[in-house]
Structures are given as C-alpha cells and as structure tokens.
Design a protein around this ligand. Structure first.
Ligand code: CA
Ligand code: CA
Length: 199
C-alpha cells in the first residue's frame, strides 16, 4: 500500500504531469483540447496496423483511425487514478462517429494497470456508435480495494470505417457510503453499476 499524501504533481497542472510511478486523484477530467493531452494515456495498437488512437486536431478529441482492410483492436487507457472502497465514483465520457454513414464500435473496461490483460471489469458492453452527435455515457463505479485503476476505451470498429471519437473523459468521487442514511439511498444506484445512462 502506498501513501498518497505526497501527490502534489496533479495539483500543479494537468498539462505536464507524468503518469510514471504516481497515480492521480479524482476528479480526473480530460477534454483533449491540445496535442499534449493524450500523452498521459496509454495507446495499445493491438492489431499492430499503425492505425490507432491519437489526438485529433479536427475534433479536439481522441480518435481511432480506420483501416480499410481489417477491424480495429486498439485501446486508449487512462493514467492510473487512485480509487477507494466505500465511495461511489462516476465515470463519464462522450463518444461519436467521424461520419454519419460509418458506424463505429466501442467497449469500455477498467482494471489495475495499462495493459490489455489489466482490463478485467466491464463498464460498457460492445456498443455500436452511430452518428456525428456525441452521446454521453455515465457509469457508477465502486471498487473493492484501495488502489490505482485505469479505464480503457477499446475500439472494435469494423474494417473500412472512419474515426471513432472519444472526448470529455471524467471520473469524479460522487458520494461516500459511510453514512448509514446515504447507504440506503445509494444502493439502487450502486446496483446499476456499469449500466449505461445516455443523455
Ligand atoms: Ca475536446
Ligand atoms: Ca490498430
């Protein structure tokens, strides 16, 4: 177990923090407004086709580029974020397709680490992404153990699509389970863990 009281880096500004050896504290928010924003994320071009997640200046968002010949298998994984048990966290992000007539596909997982095998907890099942309008997804997240967690956006678009676009990735600590009164109120919400709430 590490102590996190020395975490001053994240206070100093998101623009130049490094993910190496340190976890960030919630709230975490990334709206990909500049090229350096994606540097903290881990990009895994699993199908090794050099078409993968990158910062996209046209959308000011993270995008995964199409391949004419094969489907995508590419992860965009957040830096490590320190999460504690007994708290309810809210993960949100928005997703759209680059072109209305080209359907994309995504799934979202989390786990501890920034490798494919780290992505063990499903947040969003395989979901078709249709249209140029962003769709916001929100998920309640609880963890069983104190630790550092990473959230992974997995592009699984078919071959010969266009761009899968993700923006406004946010995780906030929304409430504590400590107070008995609030536990009652939160149970219904916690029971929907991983459920999609599009708005
Ligand atoms: Ca943006
Ligand atoms: Ca790829």
């Amino acid at each position: 177990m590490k102590a996190y009281t020395e975490e001053t880096e994240s206070e100093e500004g998101f623009s130049n923090y490094k993910a190496v050896g340190h976890a960030l504290e919630a709230p975490f928010f990334e709206d990909f407004e500049d090229p350096s924003s994606i540097a903290l994320f881990t990009v895994l071009d699993v199908n090794n086709d050099e078409k993968t997640w990158e910062w996209n200046p046209s959308y000011e968002a993270a995008s995964c580029m199409f391949n004419e010949a094969q489907s995508a298998n590419d992860w965009l994984i957040t830096p490590s974020i320190h999460l504690e048990p007994n708290y309810l966290y809210n993960l949100s992000y928005k997703v759209r397709a680059g072109l209305a007539d080209y359907m994309e596909r995504i799934e979202v997982y989390y786990g501890q680490g920034n490798k494919v095998e780290s992505m063990t907890q499903k947040v969003l099942d395989k979901t078709d992404v249709i249209g140029e309008q962003y769709k916001v997804y929100e998920h309640d997240i609880t963890v069983g153990a104190d630790g550092n967690y990473n959230f992974g956006f997995h592009s699984i678009s078919d071959a010969d699509r266009y761009y899968l676009i993700v923006d406004s990735v946010q995780i906030v600590k929304s409430s504590s389970f400590a107070a008995p009164d609030s536990v009652q109120g939160l149970k219904a919400t916690a029971g929907e863990q991983g459920a999609m709430k599009a708005r």
